[in-house]
Design a protein around this ligand. Structure first.
Ligand SMILES: Nc1ncnc2c1ncn2[C@@H]1O[C@H](COP(=O)(O)O)[C@@H](OP(=O)(O)O)[C@H]1O
Ligand SMILES: [Mg+2]
Length: 285
């Protein structure tokens, strides 16, 4: 069995390959029409499926199916938890709406999960040519691709901002509901900005451009592939990512949905934020 470092090297290379595929669709180099279909009210394009197939094929070629299971957004069908000890959880295009609407805010997520928790993660942000990566216990890093092929890498640390009023909150542009809007209106953090893709929101926190991300499920919920890779990148950069009650997220549980309220933060006032969120939402019901 390869070491996690060896697995990461291969995964990073696959994520750069996926970056090139998405960038070429984004720029219209692939002449195929970007027809938008809908799966459970979420848009899907040929860019999602082409990148999905590329990532899964490349991972399967590199790691096989004896030791590893595979859960990927575009090929997922409702199923029991995957029984393999190591499971890849893949979102080939996180932020499909933003990809279609050309905000540039979309990402690729690849996570390796063991015992329901992420142990290795890559989040690529094609439009900034950045690739965020982490191994559990080894810190988070960002690699920036340059045209000369001379990539630079930096260790990531969340901000040290620790006063609720000063924290900047990032939130979804397209997944909003009454509860979330009520919470955003009543939290003391008044610096709020919309960012597409969960990978992009977590990238903003680990690059210290923001401090908090909040999500509340409605009729639908974010899925394992939306969260597993960003979660590890954030926690390895010193942040926290939990349910409102402070408990950890679990992946590959048999229910792909992540229901309820989730808070990701720089960790400095995480518990206070969780309590504040529950208090504010308690007033609504
Ligand atoms: N409440 C919710 N219900 C369903 N999906 C959600 C969601 N909140 C976030 N997501 C998913 O998370 C990704 C990023 O969304 P957003 O940009 O709004 O934060 C999108 O996935 P995909 O683009 O991979 O389909 C979106 O479907
Ligand atoms: Mg997707």
């Amino acid at each position: 069995m390869k070491t996690l470092e060896e697995i990461l090297t291969v995964t990073r290379s696959i994520a750069w390959g996926a970056t090139d595929i998405l960038r070429s669709y984004y720029r219209g180099d692939n002449k195929q029409n970007l027809e938008v279909n809908y799966k459970q009210n979420e848009p899907v394009t040929v860019a999602d499926t082409a990148t999905n197939n590329y990532i899964v094929e490349q991972l399967q070629t590199a790691f096989g199916s004896e030791d590893f299971g595979y859960i990927s957004e575009e090929t997922y069908q409702k199923q029991a938890a995957n029984s393999k000890e190591l499971v890849w959880i893949i979102d080939p295009l996180d932020g499909t709406r933003d990809f279609i609407n050309k905000t540039g805010e979309y990402a690729i997520h690849i996570a390796l999960v063991k015992d329901k928790r992420p142990i290795l993660a890559v989040v690529a942000q094609p439009e900034t040519e950045k690739l965020f990566y982490a191994i559990k216990g080894k810190g988070s890093f960002v690699e920036v691709r340059s045209v000369t092929g001379d990539n630079s890498t930096e260790a990531l640390n969340v901000s040290t901002r620790d006063s609720l009023d000063d924290l900047t909150l990032v939130v979804s542009r397209s997944h909003r509901n009454e509860k979330l809007n009520h919470l955003l209106k009543n939290l003391p953090c008044k610096n709020q900005k919309v960012v597409g893709s969960i990978g992009g929101k977590i990238a903003a926190i680990v690059e210290q451009k923001a401090d908090i991300y909040i999500s509340i499920s409605g009729k639908s919920a974010p899925k394992d592939w939306d969260l597993a890779a960003p979660e590890l990148i954030l926690s390895e950069a010193g942040g926290s990512f939990t349910h409102f009650d402070g408990t950890n997220l679990s992946y590959n549980t048999g229910d792909i949905n992540q229901w309820g309220g989730l808070i990701a933060s720089n960790g400095k006032c995480h518990q206070m934020l969780c309590e504040e969120a529950e208090k504010i939402l308690g007033q609504l019901s």
